[in-house]
Design a protein around this ligand. Structure first.
Ligand SMILES: Cc1ncc(COP(=O)(O)O)c(C=O)c1O
Length: 403
């Protein structure tokens, strides 16, 4: 089956956050929407057809998690990541942000310190604060690396700062792969993080929602050090992978019986591990050969989009030979962190330039925390023609203002 990712789908008027909340969030409606992390591609239609059939049954009562749901998760992790997990290691939660919210409340007390690596997915900070904990920022370093493709910017861990700041922390929330930096942490980096956390008795919540969107082999954090794995919860979902974020269906995995029992009791007591009656279908249907077939085509389309942005920026956004708008080349997923620092604008002016001059809705880099200033996040999970139109709008605005 060949999927068509070029097809432009009008999502306006479908109660979708990405296109239907532009005015509320960006003060105007006439923008190309490339912010929140869902894609404008059709969710695999073998899956949506199965949902239509299920709805056609006519009874939308309470759902329950069948054994098949667990089997699908087990098979997916074994096949893709050679991680052999068992049914008793797996739990359900209707969303990863909700999972983080509950894990913070279950395993920390107000006042505890929780480390994150900004610039990072902003709900990490918001959830830590909402749980009454203190945020400890281990800011990532922006470095330039020489590669075969030329000089590439990427984020790396500031290890001295990490080792200093982790002392006294109760928890570390890791983004693996990293959003918005697109880093796929290497085995060595993950092992170093795990060793340091183990030494300091720090629990890790590893958010691996973007991990399937990587064409090579992702390494689950919990597989690099079996002792630290006993103080870790991994969160994962089919939502980013298969563009079904609205289904509210995620998994959490731990090899620690103590953590499993404690977290499961907490979730069950509050009825937080229940969802609507369609929520178990994404894992059951999409963690499959058919799902992988769709995914591999989606990944090569996304790679093409990333290459398109790389080339477009390099060829068009220069002044006197200097590249004025660059990007961090993502190793995974469909989010590109654009670097506007050479334009030397305040963040407020940059945001205004993107919205009002370029007519684009992107994520403001500064919302991801320290290190995000001067950046804007571009979602390239869209048909190439839409991406091209967006970059051309940006170029027209750039030429008008800077050339
Ligand atoms: C790192 C990360 N975690 C979690 C989420 C959201 O997950 P959920 O919709 O399951 O709460 C996102 C969405 O962009 C994300 O990038």
């Amino acid at each position: 089956m060949i999927y068509n990712f070029d097809k432009i789908i009008n999502r306006k008027g479908t109660c979708c956050t990405k296109w239907d909340s532009l005015e509320e969030r960006f003060t105007r409606k006439d923008l190309i929407s490339m912010w929140i992390a869902d894609m404008d591609f059709k969710t695999p239609d073998f899956f949506t057809k199965a949902l239509v059939n299920r709805i056609g049954d006519g009874v939308l009562g309470y759902g329950c998690r069948p054994n098949e749901w667990y089997e699908s998760v087990i098979k997916w992790f074994n096949k893709r990541y050679s991680w052999k997990i068992k049914k008793e290691n797996i739990g359900f939660v209707p969303g990863i942000v909700l999972g983080l919210c509950h894990a913070l409340r279950c395993f920390t007390k107000p006042g505890d310190k929780v480390l994150i690596m900004p610039p990072v997915y902003f709900p990490f900070k918001n959830q830590i604060l909402a749980a009454g904990c203190k945020v400890v920022n281990n800011k990532l370093l922006l470095v330039e690396k020489k590669t075969k493709k030329g000089i590439v910017e990427r984020f790396e861990v500031d290890w001295t700062d990490f080792e200093n700041k982790i002392k006294g922390c109760k928890m570390f929330i890791l983004c693996n792969p990293h959003n918005p930096g697109g880093r796929v942490w290497s085995r060595e980096e993950l092992k170093k993080m795990a060793d340091i956390c183990l030494k300091n008795k720090v629990m890790v919540l590893s958010d691996e929602i973007h991990c399937d969107l990587y064409s090579k082999k992702h390494i689950p954090f919990a597989t690099v050090n079996s002792k630290q794995a006993l103080n870790t919860i991994t969160f994962h979902a089919p939502s980013k992978t298969f563009n079904c974020a609205g289904m509210c269906a995620s998994e959490w995995i731990t090899t620690s019986k103590a953590i499993k029992d404690k977290f499961q009791s907490y979730l069950s007591a509050g009825d937080f591990d229940n969802a609507h009656c369609l929520a178990y279908y994404p894992a059951m249907l999409l963690y499959s050969d058919k799902g992988e077939e769709w995914l591999s085509q989606a990944l090569s389309y996304i790679d093409g989009n990333i290459e398109f942005v790389t080339k477009f920026l390099r060829e068009n956004f220069t002044i006197d030979g200097k590249q004025m708008v660059s990007m961090i080349l993502p190793e995974a997923s469909f989010l590109v962190f654009l670097n506007f620092r050479n334009l030397k604008m305040s963040q407020k002016k940059l945001v205004d330039f993107i919205i009002n001059d370029s007519k684009l809705a992107l994520n403001d880099g500064s919302t991801f925390g320290p290190g995000g200033e001067g950046f804007m996040r571009l979602n390239v999970g869209c048909p190439r023609a839409v991406l091209e139109k967006a970059l051309k709008q940006l170029l027209v605005a750039f030429k008008k203002k800077f050339k």
